[in-house]
Write a protein that binds this ligand. Structure first.
Ligand code: ZN
Length: 203
C-alpha cells in the first residue's frame, strides 16, 4: 500500500445555506497534487475544493460524498476497489479508475497496465472469501443509454444458483436487478473486512 508516507492536510470548505453555514472537513493528499488533478479532472478538482458534489455517482462514492458500506477495500495508483452498492449480492466488488473515464478504450497506458493484475488479484480474493464456484468479471457502464464512469463488476457465483435462476451469467444479473434487493449492510462490511485482510496478507 502507498498510504504510509503520505503528507496530508485538512481542508476546510464552507458551504452556504440560507441562515446556516456548514463546514466540511476533508483530508486530502498534498504530496500528490498532480495525481489528484489527474484523478478528479479539472472540473472535479474545482468542484472538490468548492465542496460541490460531482454529478457522477462513482466519483462521489470514491471521494466520500456518498455513503459506501464496507468503505474503500483497496487501491492502486490508478484504480480503486469498493463493494457494489447495487443489488448484485454480498461479495460483489467494483473495480474502477480514480479518474472519471467513460471508455475502456480511453484508459491511459498506466491504467491499462494496472488493471489486468488487479482484476486477477481481486477475483482470487473474492473466490477465496466467498467460496464461489465462479467469479464473473464484466463491464457495462451504460446507464440510461449513456456512457458512464467505467467500472468492472467482480461477482461471486455459485452452481447452486441453478435452483433460483433459469440461466447463469447476465441472466442472473438481470434477475437481481429486477428483484432490487440491497445487500445486507452487516454482511457487506464483514466480506469487505475479509477481502481487505486477505489482500494485506498477500501484499
Ligand atoms: Zn466519475
Amino acid at each position: 500500500m502507498r498510504m504510509g508516507k503520505r503528507r496530508s492536510a485538512v481542508v476546510i470548505i464552507s458551504r452556504g445555506f440560507p441562515g446556516i453555514s456548514l463546514f466540511l472537513v476533508r483530508s486530502t493528499d498534498l504530496s500528490r497534487p498532480l495525481g489528484a488533478a489527474q484523478r478528479l479532472g479539472l472540473a472535479g478538482l474545482v468542484g472538490y475544493f468548492l465542496g460541490m458534489p460531482s454529478d457522477c455517482y462513482a466519483c462521489r462514492l470514491t471521494d466520500g460524498t456518498e455513503p459506501l458500506p464496507g468503505g474503500r477495500i483497496y487501491a492502486t495508483k490508478s484504480w480503486v476497489v469498493e463493494h457494489c452498492t447495487g443489488p448484485l449480492g454480498v461479495g460483489t466488488l467494483i473495480v474502477k479508475p480514480f479518474r472519471h473515464c467513460l471508455h475502456v478504450g480511453d484508459l491511459t497506458a498506466e491504467e491499462a497496465q494496472e488493471i489486468g493484475p488487479l482484476l486477477q488479484r481481486i477475483s482470487q480474493a473474492v473466490r477465496a472469501v466467498t467460496q464461489a464456484d465462479q467469479v464473473y468479471v464484466c463491464a457495462w457502464s451504460h446507464m440510461g443509454w449513456q456512457p458512464v464512469h467505467i467500472y468492472f463488476v467482480v461477482q461471486p457465483a455459485w452452481n447452486c444458483w441453478r435452483e433460483a435462476y433459469d440461466h447463469p451469467g447476465p441472466f442472473v444479473q438481470a434477475a437481481m436487478f429486477q428483484a432490487a434487493n440491497a445487500p445486507p449492510r452487516a454482511e457487506v462490511q464483514e466480506v469487505c473486512r475479509e477481502v481487505k485482510r486477505l489482500l494485506e496478507q498477500s501484499a
